[in-house]
Design a binder for this molecule. Structure first.
Ligand code: KG4
Ligand code: ZN
Length: 332
């Protein structure tokens, strides 16, 4: 079995996965959403402190499995350096004391492998990764052959939901809150511009849309922001944010640069509107759509464990001295 640890942002999670059967034996996650909610976003130092409390608590429950462990896996990049450090420090200590190898896992590959938890892999696949830190279109042929086709130039899709929620003091994480408000709103009340509409490039941008929403809120606040205004802003914003993704995915399909398999991964892949529109597009283009189970969309250690099985089989280990944490990664 492999024990995997995830602490790249505000979720403390540990999983144990059986190498041969790929079965998830144990999986627990303690989220910090409530603690960060008052700040309207994740406060890195607070997140790190909460990992220090939560990770040992979860580990305590795994002790019975220690004699069966063959490796320790941990997310080492990309993410918040202070929070990644907590997971990596625990992983190093476990690797040393149990005398088993250490596996460093790329968090983004983790999101991709959330599709394959307790399942076989499916390649090649074109992937839309939407999270709090990333918005990317990826061409994945295998674990070691992944190419970023396009990324965001500034904010990410999930982050833009967080920021819009923060502007109206709706709480954190903004994604589910804005989605909920949008259900009761008029998506045609505000005409926000779809970003990079004219650009032929496969790239994303959310800062302009965020500013357009901010200006609209300021205008409405001259009177007072009512519940109906909030719902209408959320609906109009969500429509535009998803339209931007859809335009770029359609551009990619036009270039004939997508495989017959398409997937959406990452915390923001829980967005119902995005799922629905991508589903319709896949049907139209006769592409098979793969989605992670909702419980595995946001950050979790089960997806890290699933990647680790492959790395274990490839003997892709890292030494305790060499493992480092990285905030950003240029490619895969
Ligand atoms: O993958 P994840 O758990 O963490 C990162 O690796 O960033 O993604 C969290 C992000 C947050 O920005 C959150 O607001 C967003 O995913 N999110 C959503 C939805 N659910 C979560 N965004 C839009 N719609 C949702 N339903
Ligand atoms: Zn993530």
């Amino acid at each position: 079995m492999i024990l995997s640890i995830e602490s790249s942002c505000d979720d403390s999670s540990i999983a144990i996965t059986d190498i041969k059967s790929k079965r998830l034996i144990f999986h627990k996650k303690i989220s910090q959403e409530l603690q960060h909610s008052v700040y309207g976003g994740v406060v890195p130092e607070l997140a790190a402190r909460l990992h220090v409390e939560a990770l040992p608590k979860i580990l305590q429950e795994c002790k019975g499995y220690f004699p069966k462990l063959k490796a320790i896996a941990v997310t080492n990049a990309p993410g918040l350096s202070v929070t990644l450090m907590e997971g990596v420090t625990m992983a190093k200590a476990l690797s040393l004391s149990l005398n088993i190898p250490l596996i460093a896992v790329n968090h983004l590959k983790g999101h991709i492998y959330s599709l394959f938890i307790e399942k076989e892999t499916v390649f090649p696949v074109t992937i839309l990764l939407v999270s709090g830190g990333h918005t990317q279109l990826i061409e994945a042929k295998s674990l070691d052959d992944m190419k970023i086709l396009g990324s965001t130039l500034d904010d990410s899709f999930g982050e833009s939901f967080d920021k819009v929620a923060k502007m109206m003091n709706l709480g954190y994480p903004g994604g589910p809150i804005v989605q909920e408000k949008a259900l009761n709103g008029d998506e045609n009340r505000f005409d926000f511009p779809v970003p990079l509409r004219q650009s032929p490039n496969i790239e994303f941008s959310y800062s302009g849309l965020k500013n357009a929403v901010r200006l609209q809120i300021e205008k409405l606040e001259e009177d007072e922001l009512e519940e109906k205004d909030i719902c209408d802003i959320c609906a109009s914003f969500e429509k535009t944010a998803v339209a931007h993704i859809m335009q770029k995915v359609k551009k990619l399909l036009k270039k004939n640069s997508a495989f017959g398999n398409f997937a959406i991964v990452g915390g923001a892949s829980a967005n119902i509107r995005l799922r629905g529109e991508i589903e319709a597009l896949c049907q139209k283009h006769k592409m098979k759509l793969f989605l992670s189970e909702l419980k595995y969309c946001s950050d979790n250690a089960a997806m890290i464990g699933r990647v680790a099985i492959e790395q274990f089989e490839n003997k892709d280990f890292t030494s305790i001295e060499d493992i480092d944490v990285q905030t950003r990664l240029k490619g895969f």
